[in-house]
Design a protein around this ligand. Structure first.
Ligand code: FCB
Length: 471
């Protein structure tokens, strides 16, 4: 889609505009990234950036409750203010447009737009209407995620994702949103990373609501996927012109040795991280190996559920960050064996671009009906500092270049990847790690809310400018 040319690229530093800056980012001439219809954008999520948690009728979410619980989030940080995006959204969208980014992936805070009786909250809805209209005016393609983890607390009080009824409440929410916002959204994603909601939320308790039981995780996953499957036809009915999909995080597991036990461990790692979600969505069944890993945790599945879950998708969103090296745990599972001497990020995650390529090409073989793919998140955290008004995030520049090269390799191997969203547009509330971990291509000073475009964003903008200028 075309950008608002007048505003685009006016934030580039003189060095970048003049071309005098060394450019370690721009893809080689034969890269598919030069195709103008390859969408390049940035992503955020409501709880991580909005703040204003009790304004205009917003109800509490499970992340308000969790982050207010001592010991759950690093340094006791919460999303109460975050990037104050609820008040600064216009400037933030101008910034996005000024970088020439062509797509914006955002999420809607469910507790902002619906009250406990399921009635619309007009003030909350108006916020998203204004935002989406502005994106449209600027020619920025909008990807809207309905659920990026901020479940209304009143639903958690009735069992949250362990309660089948939550799936039906989600379908009501999807119905309201798609009736209200039809025509302003280019692509809807039902859920962000059901693996994290189910496993981190209900399986190991690292995320809200903080429960820890494998049986809970598989049941929560089933209700999440059911919620997704119920919502897809609702979205199709209310907003036929948009694309509909879901966003899954995927993990690469490699074996620590050639032994059959370690090879099996790596397989089980990928079953637990990838097939647990993708098999139900794309094959209509759970991978039986999952229940070898977690014996006796089969969820309660009612007649027709798997058909509902396997509703055809227009796109599959893929979030990729790192690989995990594993060995057999000596029983029926795997254990992490961190590799020495490899490059890592501020999160401690290994930088491993080949994993993205290998997973994408592997999915193409495994799933005959693999939908078109958007990389809906990829990026890294670094301890970025503003020095003389600039942030030189050299590791991120190299990280992005190498991961985009991996995407290009997957495309050349026949995988239909149509776009890529950087995680994230700006530094934000990184869940259990609070504000310490900085994933943005724009730096946020949380004491002043000043935004500073990092060098990575400048180089992405420079590339987009060059690509746009090509005939
Ligand atoms: C993903 C989340 C996203 C962000 C990145 C770093 O799991 O979807 O909100 O926190 O990780």
């Amino acid at each position: 889609m075309a950008n608002d040319a007048s505003a685009a690229f006016d934030t580039l530093s003189p060095a970048v505009s003049k071309g005098s800056l060394a450019d370690p980012f721009t893809p080689p001439a034969d890269s598919s990234l030069w195709r103008k219809n390859f969408l390049l954008g940035a992503a955020t999520a409501s709880y991580q950036i909005e703040g204003a948690v009790d304004e205009d009728g917003r109800l509490p979410s499970i992340w308000d409750t969790f982050s207010a619980t001592p010991g759950k989030v690093l340094a006791g940080d919460t999303g109460a203010v975050a990037c104050d995006h609820y008040h600064r959204w216009e400037a933030d969208i101008d910034m996005l447009a000024s970088l020439g980014l062509e797509g914006y992936r955002l999420s809607i805070a469910w507790p902002r737009v619906m009250d406990a009786a399921g009635r619309p909250n007009r003030k909350g809805l108006d916020f998203y209407k204004r935002l989406l209209n502005r994106l449209k005016e600027k020619g920025i393609t909008s990807f809207v995620t309905l659920y990026h983890w901020d479940l209304p607390q009143h639903l958690e009080d009735r069992g949250g994702w362990l309660n089948r009824d939550t799936a039906y409440r989600f379908a009501d929410y999807a119905d309201l949103m798609s009736r209200e916002l039809a025509g302003t959204v280019d692509a809807w994603a039902t859920l962000n990373e059901p693996w994290c909601s189910a496993y981190l939320g209900y399986g190991n308790g690292h995320h809200a609501p903080g429960l820890a039981n494998d049986r809970f995780a598989t049941q929560a996953m089933h209700h999440l996927l059911l919620a997704h499957g119920l919502a897809i036809p609702v979205l199709r009915g209310n907003d036929p012109a948009s694309q509909k999909g879901i966003v899954a995080n995927i993990g690469r597991g490699t074996a620590n040795s050639d032994s059959a036990a370690d090879q099996r461990a790596a397989h089980l790692f990928e079953v637990q991280h990838n097939a647990w979600i993708l098999d139900p969505l794309l094959k209509g069944e759970y991978p039986q190996d999952l229940f070898e890993l977690w014996p006796g945790t089969e969820p309660l599945v009612l007649d027709g559920d798997m058909r509902t879950i396997a509703a055809p998708l227009d796109f599959l969103g893929i979030n990729y960050y790192f690989r995990t090296n594993v060995a057999s745990d000596g029983a029926h599972g795997f254990r992490d064996v961190p590799l020495e001497g490899v490059e890592r990020t501020q999160m401690g995650w290994e930088v491993y671009p080949d994993g993205l390529r290998d997973l994408l090409t592997g999915f193409k073989k495994t799933y005959r009906n693999l939908p078109p793919i958007y990389i809906t998140e990829n990026g890294m955290a670094s301890d970025d500092k503003v020095i003389d008004g600039h942030v030189d995030d050299a590791q991120r520049i190299s990280f992005l270049k190498r991961h985009l090269a991996a995407v290009d390799q997957a495309i050349k191997a026949g995988v239909d990847v149509r776009g890529y969203f950087l995680w994230s547009l700006m530094d934000n509330f990184e869940w259990a790690f609070g504000y310490e971990r900085r994933f943005g291509v724009v730096h946020v000073d949380y004491s002043t809310q000043k935004r500073t475009v990092k060098r990575s964003a400048e180089l992405v903008a420079k590339f987009l400018k060059e690509r746009k200028a090509r005939v």
